[in-house]
Each structure stands twice: as structure tokens, then as C-alpha cells.
Unconditional design. Structure first.
Length: 340
């Protein structure tokens, strides 16, 4: 059993910790928190050990009567690998701590690519990450783009891609002043950072991206245009390829799924914790081929699509399994589906 520590217990960290517990080859050492808040209490209720980020945080835990198991330094003594799910840029500051301990680490997409040896999406470059000490799981949007583009490139060849990303403004528990009653270019400069981030995983893909922030909290919506290399590609060919690809789910307006609201409702009916969708959801009706150009819409659940990547990144870093075996095990444990 590989001993995994999760540093950070927010949107991603909570989900990674729960996913680790479901793995037959992993054991959760505990989670690291900066505050003794309700999330820390929930971790204790689940039976997870809770560690304070440092000595000053530990004093705050003690002041509130919270029985922490020690500090991050204590937790690292018992771990084989750490998943750093701390806020943006904090992971890079934590890296020297992991280096000093000689412990491998998985970082999230909020960090710059140079924090790690490789940026990672399991379907695209698992083998490249095999045995690497530091791996960066890319952001939710980049993960979605990479899964779709990798599938299209394998089956038809991608000459160039353009994507417009309609981004959720904030996560459901975020109270920091998300925009209301507006649409905001995010960023106003074009291209956005998402295209270059895709190229840290798929460097040969020529892609331009732009993004708009919308006043919603659940899911992103991507509008994708791809110029294909192969000729005579039909819509049916593309849909079939997407349906055969793991972690992509083709959905239909004919079945009543006409918006991201129905996708979240679908997750509820699949009995997913926190309404999580690990799959990238492509609308069948949106898939259209005009000459050599392909068009489609798909939804990305920003809180959860990277969770299977974190689990696979652990196995890749520690050389526990090959790519297909790891993804099979991860998908089984999380209940990931290919068809409804």
C-alpha cells in the first residue's frame, strides 16, 4: 500500500483524499490544513488524520481545541508521496520542503509548468511521467482540451484548433466577489493561457484559445473548432471515436440534457459525491463536420475532472502500474462511465 499525503483540503484536495481511500493500492496518511474550520472537522469525521501546515497553524488548532496529529513535517515522515492541492502558487513554495525530504510530489494546474518534471494528462502522456519525481496535473480546462484533442489527433489528425471557453466565475463555496449580471473576457488578451498549457502536454498541437467568465458556479462550457488533417471524416466517425475514448461521455439533447444544469443533475442521479463529473461531456448534436473543419460543444466539471488524473499521476510517479492498468483501476474505483 502506497502511503499518500494530501496537502490542502479544498476543492481538489477533498476529492483527491476521498479518491485515494477508494484505491486498493493506496493508503491515506492524512490531510494538511491551515485552519481548523468545518472542512477539517469533516476530515476528522471521515476518519482522516488532520495535520497543521506549520507550527503557527498548529497553535491555532490547539487554541480552538482541535486535536491535530502534528504538522506537515510530521506527516511527511509517514508518506511515500504527497499530492499538493494548496492554493495557486503555494505549491511552488512548498516544493523545497518536499525536495529536502526527498519525497515525490504531485502538483495542480494552478502552478506554473516549471514546478514539475512533466505536465500530465493520463490519456496523453502517462509513459512520459513514469518514474518522474514531480508531476503537474494540469488545470480542469486544459485537461478537458487535452482529452478531446488527443482523441481527435489519434483518430483523424489535428492540423489546428481554436477554442472559446465560457468559464464559471467561482466555485460553489467561493464568496470572494464573483461577477454578477455580466460577462467578462477572462483574460481580455487573446490568446488565453489555456492553449500554451495544452502544449505542455501535447506540444505538437497548434491551438489558440480565448475565455469568457460567466456568472455561474457549476461547470465550464467549451466551443471547439478543429481543422482535421484527414479527409472525408464524417460526424458519425467522430462521435464513434469519442464514445470509445475513456473519460469522455457523449450526451444528447434528445435525452433532455440541454445545458450544464442537466449535466449536474445527471451526476446526482449517478450518485456521484458532490455532483462530480469526471468525464468530459460532449453534446452529440453539436458535433458537426464541414469540409475539413470539426465543431463541437462540451462541458467540463471544474471541481472533479482532474481527480482521476491525480490518482494516475501517483501510480506513474511511483511506477506502480502501466497506463492502461492504472486508468482501468482508477475508472473502476470512481465509477467512471463511457456510455449512459
Amino acid at each position: 500500500m502506497v502511503k499518500v499525503l494530501v496537502n490542502g483540503f479544498g476543492v481538489i484536495g477533498r476529492r483527491v483524499a476521498d479518491a485515494v481511500v477508494k484505491q486498493r493500492d493506496m493508503e491515506l496518511v492524512g490531510v494538511v490544513k491551515t485552519k481548523p474550520d468545518y472542512k477539517a472537522l469533516i476530515a476528522l469525521r471521515k476518519g482522516y488524520k488532520v495535520y497543521a501546515a506549520d507550527e503557527s497553524c498548529l497553535k491555532e488548532f490547539e487554541r480552538k481545541g482541535f486535536d491535530a496529529s502534528g504538522t506537515l513535517a510530521d506527516a511527511l515522515e509517514n508518506a511515500d508521496i504527497v499530492v499538493d492541492a494548496t492554493p495557486k502558487k503555494v505549491g511552488a513554495k512548498n516544493k523545497p520542503i518536499y525536495e529536502k525530504k526527498g519525497i515525490p510530489a504531485i502538483f495542480e494546474g494552478g502552478e506554473k509548468a516549471n514546478v514539475a518534471d512533466v505536465s500530465f494528462v493520463a490519456q496523453c502522456n502517462y509513459d512520459k511521467a513514469y518514474g518522474k519525481k514531480y508531476i503537474r496535473v494540469v488545470s480542469c480546462n486544459t485537461t478537458g482540451l487535452c482529452r478531446i484533442l488527443n482523441c481527435l489527433d489519434k483518430n483523424f489528425g489535428v492540423e489546428k484548433a481554436w477554442a472559446v471557453i465560457v468559464r464559471r466565475a467561482a466555485d460553489p463555496d467561493d464568496t470572494k466577489g464573483a461577477p454578477l449580471d455580466m460577462l467578462m473576457p477572462n483574460p481580455p488578451a487573446i490568446p488565453s493561457h489555456h492553449g500554451p498549457d495544452v502544449q505542455t502536454v501535447l506540444p505538437h498541437i497548434d491551438i489558440v484559445t480565448m475565455a469568457v467568465m460567466a456568472p455561474v458556479t457549476h461547470m465550464h462550457l467549451h466551443s471547439l473548432i478543429v481543422r482535421l488533417k484527414g479527409g472525408n471524416v464524417k460526424k458519425e466517425d467522430v462521435v464513434e471515436a469519442l464514445e470509445e475514448e475513456r473519460r469522455i461521455l457523449v450526451v444528447s439533447a434528445e435525452d433532455g440534457i440541454i445545458s450544464t444544469a442537466q449535466l449536474i443533475d445527471l451526476a446526482r442521479d449517478l450518485h456521484r459525491p458532490r455532483n462530480d463529473l469526471y468525464e468530459i461531456c460532449v453534446w452529440r448534436e453539436s458535433v458537426s463536420v464541414v469540409g475539413s473543419e470539426l465543431y463541437m460543444f462540451y462541458g467540463v466539471q471544474q471541481e472533479s475532472d482532474v481527480i482521476p488524473e491525480n490518482i494516475d499521476a501517483i501510480r506513474a510517479s511511483l511506477r506502480l502500474m502501466g497506463a492502461e492498468e492504472s486508468m482501468d483501476e482508477t475508472d473502476r474505483s470512481l465509477g467512471i462511465v463511457r456510455k449512459l
